[in-house]
Design a protein around this ligand. Structure first.
Ligand code: NAP
Length: 422
């Protein structure tokens, strides 16, 4: 269901690998106004003659197909379709991040209650098999932390600013011209996309129920070339990092631009790649790197899920009550963004005597310790960017000081505050 970028690529892979092992057989292609989707390569080269083109979801749900592949995206009508399929005892494979971030726990329960499977390996990090790894290869560990570069658009923009020291606006325009960013890129830039993915990773890896709206998202829009100069002096670069740490009954979670060491795995991720790191009690740290989007890489994840489900069905393990998905025991922790880290504060001021003294007085009144002060020469004194780094402190301790500092008369903009992740 949904014959767009990913749907077409799934059909292509299924067609090219053929039905040799008899495991997968394409029965329907369902899309609104499907006539315009019938390109010659589709009908002539790849499809079995009995594959039905339709725009009628009910016809597919009422057919004897065992697995529904939902590649429409969004919540409407995808949610209704997926619920309908699971209620009809059909397993579902989807790449739909919004649907799983919003309704994943309920849909997993519904799948389990109906003795069928719900797989969503392509919904986070596209072709990078991190969700299947959480489901199988790492399920023997007890994970307590997941962190990632989950949004290729942000990573493309930040790594372009880093490489050529171009302004943010120019990097965004370039990303839009190359098709890496949408005309309205707010979901990407302001962290909405990444926090939905983080909530799915937390569901699958940390077994917690967390709504994307409960995860703080910070925008990358104020980052500029000068921040990469100052970050470099600290041995760091800047990336949009999504992180979730489970500590007892609290899930610490945050999405936003952060300083990371240039030589670290995160610091080396360029362009629109994705990287996910997991931390487990027994197995330690693991890394997953690759193409986070694109029709073909995403379709690989969809077809892999399809094969997994088909093998389970062929093995006859989907009877009600003994279904392949045991009901997940999900915790509902308190969600907090109150991480304790060192901080990078970048100010943009109209220069005058006494600025550092005023800032230091506010910081000290909040018991905050300065680690370093960085000011490069050569800037126009009417708009001077300089940086103060702080020794580790909690977000909640820093926040009131930031408000006071941003209200000072020489501040041209609110202070840019980024965590330093060592
Ligand atoms: N593209 C990627 O790189 C990528 C990566 C990871 C995950 N995903 C996820 O994969 C899913 C599909 O993405 P995509 O890029 O393939 O999207 P897409 O190119 O927009 O394809 C969606 C398809 O669904 C059809 N459709 C939309 N609304 C419909 C409706 N109400 N009834 C029937 N058909 C409908 C569209 O038909 P029309 O042609 O008429 O619009 C289109 O053919 C989404 O959940 C997306 O988040 C995509």
């Amino acid at each position: 269901m949904g014959f767009g970028t990913v749907g077409r690529a799934v059909a292509k892979i299924l067609g090219e690998r053929g039905d040799g092992d008899g495991l997968l057989h394409l029965t329907h292609i369902c899309n609104r106004n499907f006539e315009r989707k019938k390109q010659p390569w589709v009908t002539e080269r790849w499809f079995p003659t009995d594959a039905v083109w339709t725009d009628d979801f009910r016809a597919v749900l009422n057919s004897d197909a065992d697995i529904i592949v939902e590649l429409i995206g969004g919540l409407t009508p995808a949610e209704e379709l997926v619920r309908g399929a699971l209620n009809a005892g059909k397993s579902v494979v989807t790449a739909n991040k919004q649907l799983i971030a919003r309704h994943g726990p309920d849909l997993l329960q519904l799948a389990s209650a109906n003795g069928c499977q719900l797989e969503f390996g392509a919904s986070v990090a596209g072709g990078v098999p991190v969700l299947p790894a959480l489901r199988t290869g790492l399920c023997g560990d007890r994970l307590h932390g997941i962190a990632g570069i989950l949004n290729g658009t942000c990573n493309y923009i930040l790594s372009r600013i880093e490489t050529d020291r171009i302004p943010f606006s120019e990097a965004l325009e370039e990303a839009q011209a190359r098709g890496y960013a949408e005309a309205d890129a707010s979901e990407d830039l302001d962290g909405g996309d990444a926090r939905a993915k983080l909530s799915i990773l937390a569901l699958a890896g940390l077994h917690v129920r967390v709504s994307p709206g409960d995860i703080r998202a910070r925008t990358i829009r104020p980052i500029d070339a000068v921040d990469f100069d100052y970050a470099a002096e600290l041995g760091c670069t800047i990336r949009q990092i999504s992180r979730a740490d489970l500590k007892e009954t609290t899930l610490f979670a945050d999405v936003g631009p952060s300083l990371v060491p240039t030589s670290s795995p995160f610091g080396r991720v360029q362009k629109n790649l994705n990287l996910v790191l997991t931390s487990g009690e027994y197995g330690g740290d693991m890394a997953f790197l690759g193409a986070g989007a694109g029709g073909d890489p995403t379709a690989v994840a969809v077809v892999s899920d399809l094969m997994f489900v088909a093998e389970k069905l062929a093995a006859g393990s989907s009877s009600v009550g003994s279904g392949p998905h045991r009901p997940l025991q999900l915790a509902s922790p308190e969600v907090s963004c109150d991480f304790e880290t060192p901080w990078y504060l970048r100010f943009l001021v109209k220069d005058q005597p006494g600025i550092i003294a005023s800032l230091a007085a506010i910081l000290s009144s909040h018991q905050l310790n300065i680690d370093a002060v960085l000011q490069n020469p050569g800037f126009d004194k009417s708009a001077l960017p300089f940086v103060i780094t702080l020794e580790p402190c909690r977000d909640a301790q820093l926040h009131p000081a930031l408000q006071e500092m941003s209200a000072l008369p020489f501040a041209l903009r609110p202070c840019l505050c980024l965590p330093i992740l060592r």
